[in-house]
Write a protein that binds this ligand. Structure first.
Ligand code: ADA
Length: 564
């Protein structure tokens, strides 16, 4: 499944995944042998490859001709793509989409081979042994499209409220794959309002951007309680024939910060959220629609209103479902706990910036995304790190001026970067990694931010708090790792945040237990991060009901007078 709605009526599109592919591992005991696997998939979920780290070729035959576009929504983590034996594309990073266009393809059967590599090396600055698993495989859909010489690459809708009216700016990016200039009629419909451009000249092999502002009188606002969605449709017509289209969805909503509050449509939201990894014992990071939907159902049942997608951009199916259900999403680029030395890897900056460049334009229209995050727990306490943070914040601003930015820090009273983003965020683990009472620890940190950093007066979020518990492990003295201990710790941690007047909310670390890289076995029983409120099979721990009670007790909005 590509998205939860059709993005083309005119352009022919076909998912190549969602079927059996051949899989050929390149190293190890089974090197060169051919297996069959359903796709999308992580090879760790195939019986003989649960701990395979190496390269593997995924092969599929398809029939097509003319100009085709292949979109690969996620290959973990380094990809090389071959068509009929010839290399046509390469990509690094499991969690962002990439595409390749092939022109003048002979109309016949073709063979697509995707070589995935999940090994760690100095080439890979972002996928390193970590507190989550870097799986191997085709973890998200592969899509085949048939293109004309002119096609719509992107459609961006930016809604904004002006003088009490909803307006939206629409931008369409039309690409020419032709060697000659061509005139085309472009039509655009945004939430029912229509605009036409006649005989637009698209220069040979260039991209043309068209822009239009719309005013609306009857549209409904996208709210957490009523997540109204609207469609935007762009079409190209040449010589009376429709040749391409692109459909996307958006919502009329405004996010901004005002003093120490995060405002959704002018109302100060209280974040009650979970950090969620894409991880499942049966699917690795390649969760199918039903598993994603089941996670979201459970998260809503727990009384949460937000998800922090850690520590990388998520599958668009997840974002579609959050749009549809009014769940606010913190989405971040891919980086977890990189040290100064990790950040000094010459590949770090280009790879981390590429994630931002690939994530924002593609996810731009999702109303659920209310904040862009970067560099979770990286070296924000060093001068070099600070330069990197600054560049990435600037890059986000250049791609999307409409959303606040933040970064989850763990640098206790040493962070140098709070002057840059709109929101200050801390990951805190009182009662787990140290025994300071949560309310005391939180307020001490909060007061330091106000007193000594550029983050003073900004919204303050607790982006992680939690404690480990091994499912089924209980004892009479409530030791660490018991379900009892986790439930009690979470109760105190959550209450401290909810009762703190300066805090805009909290994300629990984490929704479910997740597999971690083998290198992390020492501090992680079962080689899992066990801080889930449910285990990896989504079985409730004792903390489930505690969290649900607290989240349901506190409203979705903070008790301040909403502005107009
Ligand atoms: C950090 C980190 C998470 C996870 C967590 C933990 O805050 O951001 O990825 O590792 O700690 O479980 O300790």
């Amino acid at each position: 499944m590509i998205r939860t709605f059709a993005t083309h009526n005119i352009r022919k599109q076909q998912e190549l995944t969602g079927s059996l592919w051949e899989f050929v591992p390149c190293q190890g005991e089974y090197a060169g042998q051919t297996f069959q696997t359903a796709t999308p998939c992580c090879w760790e979920n195939l019986s003989d490859f649960s701990d395979y780290r190496g390269e593997g070729i995924f092969r599929k035959k398809f029939y097509a001709g003319g100009t085709i576009r292949l979109e690969l929504k996620g290959v973990s983590h380094t990809a090389r793509v071959y068509l009929d034996g010839k290399e046509i594309a390469g990509h690094y990073n499991a969690y962002t989409a990439f595409s390749v266009i092939v022109k003048d393809l002979e109309e016949c059967g073709h063979t697509l081979e995707i070589k995935a590599d999940n090994r760690f090396s100095s080439e890979s600055a972002l996928h390193i042994p970590n507190d989550y698993m870097s799986y191997g495989g085709i973890s998200r859909p592969v899509v085949l499209e048939q293109l004309d010489e002119l096609y719509i690459r992107l459609l961006h809708i930016t809604p904004y409220m002006e003088n009490g009216e909803w307006k939206a700016r629409a931008e369409i990016f039309v690409v020419s794959l032709s060697g000659k200039d061509q005139a085309v009629d472009v039509s655009l419909s945004v939430a029912g309002k229509v605009h036409h451009w006649k005989k637009v000249m698209i220069r040979a092999n260039e991209e043309c951007m068209l822009c239009e502002d719309f005013v609306f009188d009857q549209v409904k606002t996208w709210e957490m309680e009523h997540p109204e969605l609207y469609y935007a449709k762009a079409e190209l017509e040449r010589d009376g024939q429709k040749i391409d289209d692109l459909i996307d969805r958006f919502g009329f909503r405004e996010i901004r910060t005002d003093r120490d509050r995060i405002l959704l449509n002018g109302h100060a939201v209280r974040i009650k959220g979970f950090c969620r990894h894409e991880d499942h014992p049966q699917f690795g990071c390649a969760l199918p629609y039903a598993a994603i939907a089941a996670d979201l159902e459970m998260i809503r049942h727990l009384g949460a209103n937000s998800i922090r997608a850690v520590h990388y951009p998520d599958d668009e199916i997840f974002l579609d479902l959050c749009d549809e259900q009014g769940i606010l999403v913190w989405e971040e680029n891919h980086a977890r706990g990189l040290s100064l030395e990790d950040m000094q890897n010459p590949n770090f900056e280009p790879q981390a910036e590429a994630v931002i460049r690939e994530m924002i334009p593609l996810h731009y229209n999702h109303p659920c995304i209310y904040i862009w995050g970067i560099l979770n727990e990286c070296a924000s306490d060093s001068a070099y790190g600070k330069e990197c943070y600054e560049k990435q914040y600037d890059l986000i601003r250049s791609l999307d001026p409409s959303r606040p930015r933040s970064s989850a820090s763990c640098k206790f009273k040493t962070d140098l970067c709070f002057g840059m983003p709109e929101v200050v965020s801390y990951n805190i683990y009182p009662l787990w990694y140290h025994d300071t009472p949560p309310a005391e620890y939180l307020d001490d940190l909060y007061q330091w931010v106000q007193r000594e950093t550029g983050g003073r007066g900004k919204p303050f979020l607790v982006t992680e708090t939690g404690a480990g518990a091994i499912y089924g492990f209980r004892n009479n003295h409530h030791a660490k790792w018991t379900e009892e201990y986790q439930a009690e710790a979470l109760e105190k941690q959550l209450t401290a945040v909810m009762e703190h007047k300066g805090c805009s909310g909290v994300y629990i670390w984490q929704f479910c237990d997740v597999r971690v890289s083998d290198e992390w076995f020492a501090g992680r029983p079962r080689t899992m991060n066990n801080k889930g409120v449910v285990d990896e099979y989504r079985r409730h721990k004792l903390s489930y009901d505690v969290v649900k009670r607290i989240f349901e007790f506190y409203s979705d909005y903070l008790d301040i007078t909403p502005d107009s």
